[in-house]
Design a binder for this molecule. Structure first.
Ligand SMILES: Nc1nc2c(ncn2[C@@H]2O[C@H](COP(=O)(O)OP(=O)(O)OP(=O)(O)O)[C@@H](O)[C@H]2O)c(=O)[nH]1
Length: 374
């Protein structure tokens, strides 16, 4: 019997970053047996022989257009078709799906099309986003294209390619810039030993077998509890390296911050927070992940995970991955009024805060929170 839900990895990265080359290598990895790869063909980008050879094994290529827009419907059909093939035994087993997006794509709509689909969400779970960053061109690409910044911001893993071609002095500043945009993603070099199929693709947001370490990693500093962590607060933060890579105007729009509450909360409070946050400012939430101690069932943490407006069905972990308890949320946002988010969080977790209405008042009138309509 096939195991559901099937993990889906999204492989992204700007034009020519090396997605196809990496995918071809990974497909030779025995750990990626029974993996289906969905590649969108765009323009003249050809699929390597290896992919073509494996086509009879259930690899499905999208025929035209860009995944994020015109092929979006087709991606959903393709995933539905995979499930149909499994059920009719035309495919024996499917252990993972990898979606390679076009270089120009904003990955969020791709993720959303899976997570928001009522049927697909039962069969698939988003396992993670792997973003390739071309060491030679990344700085210029990040300066010029907000899509590239978003690709970095939503990643669970950042994989640097073409370091063999790059001036070695540029690598450290590039890594610093990536860490500034996305402090919680692991950064690897594509030549690293651990850049294997499992090492790269299995991000394990929910899988009880692997997720422990990952929950710690993606929670980053929030996992150590207590202190709010706040990136990009200091205007000169980008200027403190020797090479003057100041980060582009796009970088500045991306913020990563944590919300921490030391106590368990009722499910209704978390539900209200997420509802209000995602309905009003959902398109500014590039990514949100969190682990929550529920008052109703404190021994099994709730893992929540959202991409823009879409909240993935929350999962329960059998045990806590570390010492931390309470609520820890990490948000990666673009153009988000952070103050609003903090106030909303303080209200629903009923922390007293100057100038904010209390929770009962919010339940009566959510429009009463300052910043709600921004
Ligand atoms: N030297 C070197 N070349 C690389 C590396 N990764 C990719 N390349 C080369 O870069 C070119 C582009 O690689 P692809 O794998 O086609 O890139 P892609 O991201 O799939 O490109 P698009 O589909 O156009 O977005 C190819 O010629 C690769 O051989 C690397 O780490 N080192």
């Amino acid at each position: 019997m096939n195991q559901f839900p099937i993990p889906v990895s999204v492989l992204t990265g700007f034009l020519g970053a090396g997605k196809t080359k990496l995918l071809n290598r990974l497909l030779r990895d025995p750990e990626l047996k029974d993996t289906a790869v969905i590649v969108n063909e765009f323009g003249e980008v050809a699929i390597d022989h290896l992919l073509v050879e494996r086509a009879s094994d259930g690899i499905i290529e999208l025929s035209d257009g860009c995944l994020c827009c015109t092929v979006r419907g087709e991606l959903v059909d393709t995933l539905a078709d995979l499930i149909d093939r499994l059920q009719t035994r035309r495919i024996e087993r499917l252990s993972r799906v990898v979606i390679e997006t076009t270089g120009l794509a904003d990955p969020a709509p791709v993720l959303q099309s899976i997570m928001a689909h009522p049927v697909l969400v039962q069969a698939f779970r988003l396992d993670g986003v792997i973003t390739l960053v071309d060491a030679v061109n990344a700085e210029a690409t990040l300066d010029a294209h907000v899509e590239a910044v978003k690709q970095v911001a939503v990643a669970d893993r950042l994989v640097i390619t073409k370091a063999d071609l790059a001036d070695q002095d540029t690598l450290e500043p590039l890594k610093r810039r990536l860490r500034d945009i996305n402090p919680n993603a692991a950064i690897l070099d594509v030549r690293d030993q651990q850049a294997t199929g499992a090492g790269l693709l299995a991000c394990g947001l929910y899988d009880p077998a692997t997720k422990t370490a990952d929950v710690r990693r993606w929670l980053g500093e929030a996992a150590s509890g207590g202190e709010h962590h706040h990136h990009h607060d200091h205007g000169d933060h980008h200027h403190d390296n020797d090479h003057g890579h100041a980060g582009s105007v796009h970088d500045e729009r991306v913020r990563s911050f944590s919300l921490v509450h030391p106590q368990p909360v009722p499910y209704s409070a978390i539900e209200m927070f997420l509802d209000l946050l995602l309905s009003v400012h959902g398109d500014k939430v590039l990514r949100m992940k969190g682990i929550i101690e529920l008052r109703e069932d404190p021994s099994r943490p709730l893992v929540v995970h959202a991409v823009q407006r879409t909240l993935h069905p929350p999962a329960r972990l059998p045990t806590w991955p570390d010492e931390g308890r309470g609520v820890r949320l990490v948000l990666i946002t673009m153009d988000m009024p952070e103050d609003y988010v903090r106030r909303l969080f303080a209200i629903v977790t009923s922390e007293p805060s100057v100038d904010t209405p209390d929770r009962a008042a919010i339940e009566d009138n959510p429009l009463g929170i300052p910043g709600f309509m921004r």
